[in-house]
Design a protein around this ligand. Structure first.
Ligand code: SF4
Ligand code: SF4
Length: 440
C-alpha cells in the first residue's frame, strides 16, 4: 500500500522513549494555579474573588468574546490569590490560585445529561464552549468557535489529527491506545456539531498499535475512517494533514474552512468525548514528561499544577538540565523557570541535558537550498532570515512570511546552523506589528 503524505518535510529521530508507558493519573497538587488565558483570543476575567470556596469543575473565569474559552477549577478548595504569574511564553498572565482541600467535591456537570441523539448542533457547540475545550495539540484555539462555519461556508468533513509528529511526545499515542472509545464518542459529537458528512483520522504508521486500536473502534461506524500516514515532520500541521488525507490544498493566507474542512486534534476529540460522557469540563489532560528525567512517562495531570510538579512526578532530573522545553523539541518553548502553570494546551515537558543543547558553531549561509526543500509551505527561509535580520518588512511580505507555521524544519536541516526558526518568529512579529500600525 502506498501511504499518503505531503511534499517537503524532514525525518528527525523520533525518540518516542515513552510510547510504551501507560498513562498514570497524578494526584492533584496541594495548590493549583489556573491561568486566565489558556487559549487564543480574549483572556478570561475572574468570576471569583480571594476567599471564595470553589468546587472541582466550577467555572472561575470567562469572557463574552466569540474567540475565548472559559477556565474551571481543577480541584475543590479556596481561592487564595488572583494576579499575575510567570507563563510559558516568557510573559506574565493573570491566574487564580486555589488551595486544594483534597476533597474533589464536584460542581454540577455541564449539560442536561441528554444523550447525543437528543442534542442539536448548536447545543453541542454551546456545551463544548461551556466546558472550555480548546485545541489540545498546542495551538489552543477555542474549539466551539472552530466548529461554527461562517455564512456562505459549509463544513464538509472533519480531519482528526492523531499523528503526533513532534519527536519525543507520546501522550496522544497513549490516549489512542487507552481511550479510543471516548475519542470515538468525541468524533461523533464533533460530526453532529459541524454537520460534516465524514471524519478522517490521520495516524502515523509508526505509532505502534494505534491504527489497529482505532480500526477496532470505528469498525461499525459509517462515515469515520482511519488513514495511515507516512512518518514525517510536520505531518501534524493542518495544511499538510489535509493535503495528505484529502488532496485538497488550503490557499495561501486561507483556512481549512476554505476547502470545507475543520481539523481537530485527537486530544480535543477525547476532551469532547469525555464531556459527553461525564459532563466534566476540561480540567485535566494527558502530557508526556521525557528526556533527561529519571522516570520518563505519560501522565493524566490536572490543569494548574506546576511544571515542577510534573518533573517531580517523572522522578526529577536525571542530570543537570541544559534546557526545559514546554512542548516538543522543534516547536516547543524553552523555559526560564519550572514554576509556571501547566495548561490545557501543554502536550509535553522535554528536559534536554547540557550536552544535548551545546550550541553548534554557526557559519554564513552557503546557499545549499536545504531549507527550501524542507519547508512544506514552499517558503524561502534563507531570504526570509536575511530580511528578518534587516527588519525589511517589504521583503518579508513579498516572500510570504505570514505563511510560515514555525515548524522549525528549516532550522533543523540548515548546515550553517543558522537560527532560522528564531528569524521566522522575529520576521512574523515585524509584519504583524506593521499591519496593526497601518490599520490605526
Ligand atoms: S519554520 Fe517556517 S519557513 Fe521554516 S520550514 Fe517551517 S514553515 Fe517553512
Ligand atoms: S539551509 Fe541554511 S545554509 Fe542552506 S540555504 Fe538555507 S539558510 Fe542557507
Amino acid at each position: 500500500m502506498r501511504l499518503k503524505t505531503f511534499k517537503g518535510g524532514i525525518h528527525p529521530p523520533a525518540n518516542k522513549l515513552t510510547s510504551q508507558m501507560p498513562l498514570f493519573t497524578l494526584p492533584a497538587p496541594k495548590q493549583v494555579v489556573i491561568a486566565l488565558q489558556q487559549h487564543i483570543g480574549a483572556p478570561c476575567q475572574p468570576l471569583v474573588k480571594v476567599g471564595d470556596a470553589v468546587l472541582m469543575g466550577q467555572k472561575i473565569g470567562d469572557h463574552p468574546a466569540a474567540i475565548s474559552a472559559p477556565v474551571h477549577s481543577s480541584v475543590s478548595g479556596k481561592v487564595v490569590a488572583i494576579g499575575p504569574v510567570n507563563f510559558s511564553n516568557g510573559k506574565t498572565v493573570n491566574a487564580i490560585t486555589i488551595a486544594n482541600d483534597g476533597l474533589d467535591n464536584k460542581a454540577e456537570p455541564i449539560g442536561s445529561g441528554k444523550a447525543l441523539a437528543e442534542l442539536t448542533d448548536l447545543e453541542i457547540r454551546s456545551l463544548i464552549r461551556e466546558a472550555g475545550i480548546v485545541g489540545m495539540g498546542g495551538a489552543g484555539f477555542p474549539t466551539a468557535a472552530k466548529l461554527t462555519a461562517p455564512a456562505g461556508k459549509k463544513i464538509e468533513m472533519l480531519v482528526i489529527n492523531g499523528v503526533e509528529c513532534e519527536p519525543y511526545l507520546t501522550c496522544d499515542h497513549r490516549i489512542i491506545l487507552e481511550q479510543s472509545a471516548v475519542i470515538l464518542d468525541g468524533i461523533k459529537a464533533l460530526l453532529k456539531a459541524t454537520g460534516a458528512g465524514h471524519a478522517y483520522i490521520g495516524v502515523k504508521i509508526t505509532m505502534e498499535g494505534a491504527i489497529e486500536e482505532l480500526h477496532k473502534a470505528v469498525l461499525m461506524e459509517k462515515g469515520i475512517d482511519v488513514v495511515p500516514l507516512v512518518s514525517k515532520y510536520p505531518q501534524g500541521e493542518e495544511r499538510q494533514l489535509i493535503y495528505a488525507i484529502t488532496g485538497r490544498e488550503v490557499p495561501s493566507g486561507g483556512l481549512p474552512l476554505d476547502v470545507g474542512i475543520v481539523v481537530c486534534n485527537i486530544g480535543t476529540a477525547w476532551a469532547v468525548g469525555r464531556l459527553m460522557e461525564t459532563g466534566m469540563p476540561l480540567i485535566e489532560r494527558s502530557v508526556t514528561v521525557t528526556g533527561a528525567v529519571k522516570k520518563p512517562g505519560n501522565f493524566m495531570a490536572r490543569v494548574g499544577c506546576m511544571v515542577s510538579d510534573l518533573i517531580e512526578a517523572a522522578g526529577g532530573y536525571a542530570e543537570e538540565p541544559g534546557s526545559v522545553i514546554m512542548g516538543g523539541p522543534l516547536t516547543g518553548l524553552p523555559q526560564f523557570s519550572t514554576e509556571i502553570p501547566f495548561t490545557k494546551q501543554n502536550t509535553g515537558i522535554l528536559v534536554l541535558s547540557k550536552k544535548e543543547v551545546q550550541p553548534a558553531p554557526m557559519t554564513d549561509c552557503i546557499h545549499c537550498g536545504s531549507c527550501i526543500g524542507a519547508c512544506a509551505y514552499r517558503l524561502m527561509p534563507l531570504y526570509l532570515a536575511k530580511y528578518a535580520a534587516a527588519g525589511n518588512t517589504t521583503g518579508l511580505e513579498k516572500y510570504n512570511i505570514l505563511d510560515c507555521r514555525e515548524c522549525g524544519a528549516c532550522a533543523y536541516v540548515c548546515p550553517a546552523k543558522l537560527p532560522l526558526l528564531h528569524y521566522m518568529r522575529v520576521g512574523k512579529g515585524y509584519v504583524t506589528a506593521k499591519r496593526a500600525a497601518d490599520k490605526k
